[in-house]
Design a protein around this ligand. Structure first.
Ligand code: ADP
Ligand code: MG
Length: 419
């Protein structure tokens, strides 16, 4: 796999740039592998991201470096991953750009999964979303940069010094285990030796388990996490796009699906999807790969029918919409406002659901130019502690066939909702 993708085949203990020694693997993406390393010059632990060596990967790496360096020059935004160094490494499969970052922890997807898919507690969610908004406000307004791939995998938790120590220790135990297993393969051992080895391994296993438990505890504790946006591998400038198709499908803004112009507000749409996922543990939109008909249908199910001025614009609009504004290949079966969804499916209290829906709604405006900006969203009472006042009242349309389904008792449940 390393050879096919022209990834650099890293070995544990390998030294880069005469100062970074690899300890263990941290993660990987489509374009890179990421490793925990010790910087012996500064005596700190860092994340070492090794880009693939294919020519287009090298070009993409250069764009990523340019954008990261522009961000670092502007200011030291605390909610964006810090780039520490860049160099080229000559490997078996060619030249690889290597980016050295501060070391961060789990990504939000792992965090959501660790919470048994139940979502985090509301205060944690609010704090995380606020931090992402602060970072986006800086990226959009001060740097003129669109991240274009905002999703839980690309938002990472910050680590305390204690946690870094734990991870390093865990990596070293793993290494020891690996080497002792290798040794076992080649040398016959006396019975007593074997017993000793077994005891040692059990001890190490226990230690590993306790570290895992400790990490889980830290993660599931009620403490508020600090997060940073990472992975600028697809980022672009407001006035200079690298690609017309951006974002991972689930988080893709409707203007991108239709092939209209996009800007910084595309990130805001993704953020609304992330916020929903953090709070509920479920994706807001979930469709089969490249099934945009269903995707556009799902968006309308919660936002209401698209205005014709939206559905009749964009390179691909006729692929999905008829001239009357109806979807060409699928039919919207029912409408369910965000607030209704939060109450019915996720058993949120009416008032809480109304507040959260009121927060999400302005980020999910299908018209990208009407979508609230990060700085506007930072003032929203759901995260700013301002006194709450509802901003968005709207009527969801009811389809003919829904009149019969809506029993009295269901309507009663929604008393006090904002529609
Ligand atoms: P790609 O551009 O290939 O998607 P990313 O920058 O998203 O690469 O990194 C891939 C994965 O590596 C991330 O999802 C994360 O798990 C891990 N990772 C990236 N940067 C760091 C970091 N600074 N500290 C710790 N882990 C990281
Ligand atoms: Mg990534």
């Amino acid at each position: 796999n390393y050879q096919i993708g022209r990834f650099h085949p890293v070995f544990i203990g390998e030294v880069f740039h005469g100062r970074y020694v690899v300890i263990q693997k941290l993660g990987y993406g489509n374009f890179s592998t990421v490793w925990l390393a010790k910087d012996f010059k500064m005596n700190i632990f860092v994340a070492l991201k090794i880009q693939r060596s294919a020519p287009q990967s090298q070009e993409a790496a250069l764009d990523e470096i340019e954008i990261l360096q522009a961000i670092q020059r502007k200011s030291r935004n605390i909610n964006i991953v810090k780039l520490l160094n860049v160099f080229v490494h000559k490997g078996l499969f060619g030249n690889h750009y290597v980016l050295i970052f501060e070391i961060l922890g789990q990504n939000l997807l792992e965090l959501i999964r660790n919470c048994d898919n139940d979502g985090l507690n509301l205060d944690q969610c609010k704090s995380i979303i606020k931090q992402i908004l602060i970072a986006l406000d800086f990226l959009h307004r001060e740097c003129g940069i669109v991240h274009t791939d905002l999703k839980p995998e690309n938002i990472l938790l910050c680590l305390t010094t204690e946690q870094i120590k734990d991870i390093v220790e865990k990596g070293q135990i793993k290494q020891r285990q690996y080497f002792s297993e290798q040794l076992n393969k080649y040398y016959k051992q006396s019975k007593s030796d074997k017993k000793k080895e077994k005891r040692k391994r059990q001890k190490e296993k226990k230690k590993l388990q306790s570290i895992k438990y400790k990490l889980q505890q830290i993660d599931s504790n009620k403490r508020i996490f600090q997060v940073k946006i990472a992975d600028f591998g697809n980022a672009c400038w407001v006035n200079h796009h690298m690609s017309e198709v951006i974002q991972t499908q689930k988080y893709r803004a409707p203007e991108v699906i239709l092939g209209q112009y996009y800007g910084t507000s595309a990130d805001i749409w993704s953020l609304a999807c992330i916020a929903f996922e953090l709070v509920t543990g479920d994706s807001l939109f979930e469709t089969e790969f490249e099934d945009y008909d269903t995707h556009l249908m799902q968006i309308q199910e919660i936002l209401g029918p698209f205005p014709i001025e939206f559905s009749s614009v964009g390179t691909y609009c006729r692929q999905y919409f008829k001239y009357d504004g109806q979807l060409r290949n699928v039919k919207v079966k029912h409408y369910c406002s965000l607030q209704q969804l939060l109450v019915k499916k996720y058993q949120m209290e009416n008032y809480e659901a109304a507040q959260f829906a009121d927060f999400l709604q302005p980020m999910l405006n299908v018209f990208s130019y009407k979508r609230s900006t990060a700085s506007q969203m930072l003032k929203h009472p759901w995260i700013s502690k301002q006194q709450f006042k509802f901003h968005y009242f709207f009527e969801m349309p009811i389809l003919d066939n829904e009149h019969e389904d809506n029993s009295e008792s269901e309507n009663e449940n929604l008393d006090g909702a904002s529609f």
